[in-house]
Ligand binder design. Structure first.
Ligand code: GRF
Length: 205
């Protein structure tokens, strides 16, 4: 399986995936890394690893159609089978979702369906978790559909929310969990262990 990674920020999740591949735990090839942000750490990590990079901000395209056709061209040119959203802060275009549904994976730093949707990104997520008094948080890896943070859930892992937690301390622990488990869902998809049945994702041996 050849994967395109989409990332907007530091790219620590992408870094963790590179490490999993190097360790022999993740059997995919990284075909390219695409970012809307020229300063994304993920682009630097990709360049260091010799992976093709693309800076493609939707705002620099005349229309959604132009944005999509540029993305399709990159994905076709690099023979991409799956798309990994590892901190991609832009809405994934509907036309690509229609084409790649079941092959696009996102990671979210909370337990969906709570604390998801528009506005729930970065520190906002963890602030919302603490403000509600939730006693557990965690991560959700899910397939991407046309709504933010809504597609079928592949995997979740939890951690307790401590009385002493700040949004930052919770974010730090959740990110560690992301680095531990994101690859598990990707490896399962890449090795044909997942099927989608309605809104449920079934795991097979
Ligand atoms: C992660 O918390 C991920 O769950 C969210 O964006 C963040 C990306 O972090 N979607 P990084 O760029 O991988 O460090």
């Amino acid at each position: 399986m050849r994967a395109a990674v989409f990332a907007s920020g530091g790219g620590s999740n992408f870094g963790a995936l590179l490490a999993r591949k190097a360790a022999g735990d993740l059997h995919i090839d990284f075909a390219c890394v695409i970012s809307n942000n020229s300063g994304a750490g993920a682009l630097d990590r990709a360049k260091t690893a010799g992976i093709p990079t693309f800076h493609l901000p939707p705002t620099k395209c005349a229309s959604e159609a132009e944005y999509c056709s540029k993305l399709f061209a990159i994905l076709n040119d690099h023979a991409v089978d799956i798309c990994i959203l590892a901190g991609y802060m832009k809405k994934f275009p509907d036309a690509l979702i229609a084409h790649y549904f079941g092959k696009i994976i996102n990671i979210h730093p909370a337990l969906l369906p709570a604390f998801g949707g528009k506005g729930h990104f970065g520190h906002h997520v963890h602030e919302a978790v603490i403000a509600t008094g939730a006693k557990v948080s965690g991560i959700t890896v899910h397939f991407v559909d046309n709504e933010y943070d809504h597609g079928p859930i592949i995997l979740q892992q939890t951690i307790p929310v401590l009385d002493t937690d700040t949004a930052q301390s919770l974010a730090d622990r959740v990110l560690k969990l992301e680095h531990q488990f994101f690859y598990v869902a990707i490896e399962a998809l890449a090795t044909g262990k997942l099927t989608i049945s309605g809104r449920r994702v079934l795991w097979h041996d």
